[in-house]
Each structure stands twice: as C-alpha cells, then as structure tokens.
Design a protein around this ligand. Structure first.
Ligand code: GAP
Length: 514
C-alpha cells in the first residue's frame, strides 16, 4: 500500500513502540528530546546489524582489527581534531516565535522547494509527451527549469562559500534576501547568525586545575587515531590495514528530528583504513564499492541507494561521498566515505609531540599514513532496515496484515514455536523442540490466543518462520513450518527444522554475496 512519506514515518514510529523496538527515552517523564531507548526486539535487531557489520568489516579481513576505546578522551584530542574550534552549527533565532533554527537548514529547505518545482515541471512534461519524453533535453532547455536551476546553483554556492569563510553576516543577509520566514509563525524577524559548538562537555575531577573540561566524543574515529600506533605495534600490522570500532557518539544537535535519524546520543560503526600516501584514492574507490555491496546484500532494494559526492570538500579531505538511502522522508545520508589524507594523524603528532608513523621496510622510509574512512550511523541503518521492511499487506481474504519483511538474517527472532493448543501434551513437545533450537537460534515461544493471532504477532516483529506443533506431530514427528513472506506452510520432520531455518537466516548467506 503506497503511503504519504510523513505518514509512513509516523506509522513506523508507532509500530516500533507498540512492538518493543524503540521507546522514547524516559517516557514516564514525557520523554527527552531526540533520545530513544531500544526495547526488547529493537536491541536484538540492532545487535544483528552490528554483528553483520563487524563480521564483514573485521572478521572477514585479515588486515582489519577492532577496538573499543573509551568515550572520555584527553581534551587535547578534540583540539587536535579541530572539533573545539570548528565543530559548529550556524544558529539563528526568530525574534517573534523565539524558535531556534540552523541557518543553513533554513536555506536548504528553501532550495528543496525549488528542486520540488523542477520535479513538478518534469512530471508534467512526462505526462504530456509520454514515451517521447527526453528528460535530459527537457532539463537543459526548459526556461522554467533553467531559471530555477540557476537560482539553486547561485544560492548553494553563496551559502557554501559564506559558511566556509565564516561570514555569518552574509548567511543572515541571504536568509533576508530570500525572504525566508519562520516555518512556524511566518515571521521574518531574525537575530544575527552565530556559531554553536555541538560537543557536550562535562567536568572531570582528576585533571589539573583549569583543564578539567572534557567532552563526550562526537565521533568514534578519534579513539582509533590515538590508538593507531598501539594497534600497529602490538598487532604487527603492515600497511594497508584497518582499525574498526562500534560505539556511542554524542552531538548537541539543535534540530534533532525525524525519529532516530538525528539524535543527540547515537552509535557509529567506523573503520579507518591506513594506507601508503598516494594510494588513498584507489582505496577510496575500493571502499566505496565494498560498502555499497554490503548495503545491497541486505536486499532492501538496489534503487534505495545512491552516492552523493561532496563538491565542497572539508579542508582535510581529498575525496568524500555519502551513501544516501531512500528513507520515508526522502534520500538522506546513511554513511560517509572519506579520504582524510594524513590530517588527523599529523594533527595528533603536533599536539601530542609523539611520532605516529609507519616504517616501511621495503623502502626504508618512515611516513604518516593516509586514511580512508567508512562511517555509518547504526541508528540510521536501523531506520533504513525498519522503514524498508514495514508493509501493510492486503491478503487474499481481504484482511490486512502489518508485517516487517526484515532480511531474515537480521530478524530479532529467527523462529517462533507455537503449540496449536495449550493441552494434550502439545506444549511439552513444543518446549522440547524449543530447547533444542535455542542453541542455534533466537526463538520465541507463544501458546496464547488462536493460531492466526499468533502468526500476526510474529509478522509484526518480522519473525521469518513459525513452527506449529499439532496432535499429528506427537505421532509422526512432523510439524508445520510457515514462511513469513509467502505465507506458505510446509510439513517437515522435527529433525529438519534446524537446517531449513539456518539456510535462510544464517549471516553467512549475506557474507557470501560480498
Ligand atoms: N568520523 C566521521 C563522521 O563522524 P559524520 O558524517 O559526521 O562523519 C557519520 O557522521 C555518520 O554518523 C553519518 O553518516 C550518520 O549515519 C551518523 N550520524 C551523524 N550524526 C548523527 C546523529 N545526530 N544521529 C544519528 N546518526 C548520526
């Protein structure tokens, strides 16, 4: 069933709460903005995503190892990385509504409206010309499209260069010239634009007087950079090699919205790949292809992904792209792949006074390696999986079922064990089967309500298989196995349940596609 986009996100949010995937944080106190808790089913799905990433990135590569660095780091880390001075968002307040916005987002929303106008023109022309429609020619010749495209290019360029120069007065001037109004009140009375650092800070007692401000890490990457030499030496690693990490990151996002898409506390799965200088762009292309293959192996829909190459590169990068995913609110960044040169290691060398180099025995040279980074938000990946799995399906009998068609290898439970009745020895037999399957799978046991209702409950949490034990099972050792997706029911022997489920749900089936 096709759904309007914001409606779909609302439905997914409600479904995630009702079925124990995600709850608003501290909900009994009315929640806390942009903080969420993963419930009993959410944590299973999240762990499986982590496991698939870790297996694919770390355990399937002999030259990639993992670490788990602490969230608190020496404050000099964040001076060296540039986060103290430059990890800012430009903010603006509306004087009438007193609402606060990101100035760049106000302009980007304005640009999105111009883009929507172009898309509307294209759709109209497509309808008019039918099969003869040549989109490329239309985009390069239609006067309305050209006018709007020129406007988009000019505004993007001006916004990009003002932000880069730190010319916040010009960002405000741009908002005023475009007559952008507060989306809530319609007022155009704005304050000056000012920079707001996104790092959360706190105090640590044991540091020296005056230097006791420490930060909650805004990315996991720096924990990897500061451990580069520890890992290289203790693991006797040779270039090229990678260090991976999964962990929490914290950003004081001003506009945190769209459910778990942008949160103040979130998790990242990052990998820094250290290479010989000069080889970084080859490895950048390699990791672009690898990461896209990882995403596509999950079968969420190949047309749900696209690369979005950065045109305005950060000063430390010589190539950067985002893997965007088609979320319910449109194509948005899911993962970043960045060729970060030797910026981070060099900065840590300067600030720490320690050498962070690699000695190349072949050439007898010592140099600071270059780095290619892959960085994906675990919560965004969770939303990508959940939103593409959510379906409302009309069945042959006209009833509607809500089903999560999760990739079977990621489903919270691989199988549900359902005795047809709660008597006649059926629960005992079902528990016997459960006890055996639990060694290999995450199983649910459910003996309440009619079997149809129990199937629906499993559909709603995405369980790929249900095994039903009936009176016949006690005599012939056969059970019914029901498939979540095609609703087929097959009679199989109790001994063969394990291999049937494993065939479809093992993570190995995904890894073999890479
Ligand atoms: N070390 C590089 C880095 O942190 P980033 O583009 O700022 O790069 C990487 O973040 C990924 O982390 C993003 O692609 C996104 O998936 C995720 N992410 C960033 N901010 C987030 C937030 N506030 N909430 C949820 N995920 C976030």
């Amino acid at each position: 069933m096709a759904q309007p986009e914001d409606n779909l996100l609302k439905k997914i949010t409600a479904h995630a709460k009702e079925y124990g995937f995600i709850f608003p944080s501290s909900e009994i106190y009315d929640g806390l903005g942009a903080a969420y808790d993963y419930g009993q089913n959410g944590v299973e799905l999240k762990n499986k995503i982590k496991n698939y990433w870790w297996k694919a990135m770390v355990q399937m590569h002999e030259n990639i190892v993992g670490i788990d660095a602490s969230i608190f780091m020496h404050p000099a880390t964040w001076k060296a990385s540039g986060h103290v001075d430059a990890f800012n968002d430009p903010l603006i307040d509306n004087k009438d509504s007193k609402k606060r916005y990101r100035a760049d987002v106000l302009v980007e929303d304005y640009l999105a409206k111009l883009e929507a106008k172009i898309e509307k023109e294209v759709a109209k022309a497509e309808k008019r010309f039918g099969a003869d429609f040549d989109q490329a020619q239309f985009l390069s010749t239609n006067p309305n499209v050209l006018r709007n495209q020129t406007k988009i290019d000019e505004i993007s360029h001006r916004l990009g260069s003002s932000l880069e120069k730190g010319d916040l007065a010009d960002v405000k001037a741009l908002i005023e010239e475009l007559e952008i109004a507060d989306p809530v009140s319609g007022s155009k009375s704005w304050t000056e634009v000012r920079q707001f650092n996104l790092m959360f800070s706190t105090e640590m007692g044991s540091l020296a007087e005056g230097a006791n401000t420490i930060y909650l890490r805004p990315e996991t990457a720096q924990g990897i950079f500061v451990n580069y030499l520890n890992v290289q030496k203790s693991g006797r690693m040779k270039l090229p090699f990678g260090i991976a990490q999964i962990g929490k990151a914290f950003r004081n996002e001003i506009i945190a919205r769209q459910f778990i898409f942008r949160m103040r506390e979130f998790e990242q799965m990052e990998m820094q790949f250290f290479v010989k200088p000069g080889e970084e762009l080859e490895w950048y292309e390699h990791w672009k292809a690898q990461r896209m293959a990882w995403h596509k192996s999950l079968g969420l829909g190949d047309d749900h992904y696209r690369f979005h190459d950065h045109i305005n590169l950060a000063h430390y990068a010589n190539a950067a792209t985002d893997i965007q995913f088609q979320f319910p609110m449109g194509f948005k960044e899911l993962e970043g792949i960045h060729s970060r040169t030797d910026f981070d290691l060099k900065a840590h060398e300067e600030h720490s006074g320690k050498k962070l180099r690699f000695f190349d025995h072949h050439t007898n040279e010592s140099y600071v390696p270059y780095v290619v980074e892959t960085s994906i938000g675990l919560d965004r990946m969770f939303l990508a999986v959940l939103s593409s799995a959510y379906q409302e399906e009309t069945l042959e009998d006209g009833s509607v079922r809500t089903v999560l068609k999760l990739p079977p290898a990621l489903a919270p439970y691989e199988v549900a064990i359902l005795p047809l009745l709660k008597k006649d020895g059926l629960p005992e037999k079902a528990k016997e089967i459960l006890a055996e399957l639990q060694f290999q799978f995450n199983c649910q046991y459910d003996d309440k309500d009619a079997i149809g209702k129990r199937y629906r409950r499993q559909d709603a949490i995405g369980t790929p298989f249900c095994v039903t034990i009936d009176h016949e099972s006690l005599n012939d050792g056969m059970v019914t196995i029901r498939d979540r997706d095609d609703l087929s029911q097959e009679r199989v022997s109790i001994q063969s349940i394990q291999s049937k489920i494993a065939e479809k749900t093992a993570i190995e089936s995904l890894l073999r596609k890479l």
